[in-house]
Design a protein around this ligand. Sequence first.
Ligand code: NAD
Length: 413
Amino acid sequence: MKICILGTGYVGLVTGTCLSDFGLEVICVDKDSEKIKGLNNGKVPIYEPNLEALIKKNVSAGRLTFTTDFKKAVEQSKVIFIAVGTPPNDDGSANLKQIEKVAQQIAVFLNEYKVIVNKSTVPIGTATKIKEIINKNVIARSEATRQSQPTSKAFDFDIVSNPEFLREGSAVYDFTHPDKIVIGTNSPKALKIMQEIYRPLYLIDTPFVITNPETAELIKYACNAFLATKITFINEIANLSDKVGADVHQIAKAMGLDGRISPKFLHPGPGYGGSCFPKDTEALYHFASTCGYDFKLLKGVISANKRQRELMVEKIKRHLGGTLKGKTIAILGLSFKQNTDDIRKSPSIDIIKLLLKEGARIKCFDPLVMDNTKKILPDLIYCQDEYETARDSDALVIATEWNQFRNLNLSKI
Ligand SMILES: NC(=O)c1ccc[n+]([C@@H]2O[C@H](COP(=O)([O-])OP(=O)(O)OC[C@H]3O[C@@H](n4cnc5c(N)ncnc54)[C@H](O)[C@@H]3O)[C@@H](O)[C@H]2O)c1
């Protein structure tokens, strides 16, 4: 079975690569010709552990290809995965322009029965919207070619919502060892094809949640919003602990020992960041509002998370005698978490911007994302390693949990 993936970003590239490793023939498509040219020359545009080797292996086996030729990819494939971006609009809602565009493009090249699978994180009702866009464009296409009726073959497609739960930094592992696979569709025929695609995961006892598209779409937002809430909760407890002399790490440990709570996502820090949690919490809050529901808890989480960055800066300021003017702050870690080259909505970057506003001078180091960061913050002092960063600084801030920062030689510092 041939599959194509529309959008070769973090989700699309990992999905395409891992599906090809399951033995399927996969065509990854992107409108970014530089990215595709690079991939065809063996240059992987993102960092994910084990991704490069897996791409190489499956390209060599002839199962994985990269192209900008949307037409060829769609026409040849039975299953089309959509993995384009859904960035936030100014009001926090999800911007669906990329999704709408690919739906229109798919309609142009629909030539026989296909399953159209949405992997992007989208507001509830988007699967229906994709279906409507494709139907409308198929009709327009047949009118343009003066057919009185479009062929039923060209009309024949099913929609599936199949949200993705991989984490950047462990995306390949997560895709191949997921906690669950969610398949939202009203079509038994499409469901059967999806089960075939994910058969290797079924064989390792991965639980499947089979539901309708609306439920699948809300499951994704509910998961991200809940995890963001958990992170924010422990940060609130950490802030309170600072005030009363309690140790938040022991509190988190004790909470995590409660089987009903679990220890995951109970690590206090500068607040959640990255390309997903901030936009998905905002999008869910906005979506709930459009349904006439004031999601008060989520509103509190979003505003507490924003405040967390400011509290970090306040804490540094307090330790440095109440002012940051002329002070040098060393920042270790720029990516939004370890093992990724993604700096989108990174807490570290937000904190640096706040520190600069306060008149501080910033020295920094990250094992992976110095070049990316230089593009948006060219005036920082970029250092070779942790120790050069620390030298002559007034404070050292560990802003990303890279393993190599866990055991610094403090006497050297
Ligand atoms: N990054 C994650 O960890 C993660 C995890 C789960 C879900 N998601 C969701 O998956 C979706 C994709 O996220 P991402 O981080 O992979 O995004 P990304 O920005 O890394 O990649 C999107 C890709 O789509 C391409 N694209 C856009 N329009 C196109 C078109 N018309 N034709 C072909 N290609 C096109 C872009 O050039 C880009 O390469 C989002 O909805 C996101 O919320 C992301």
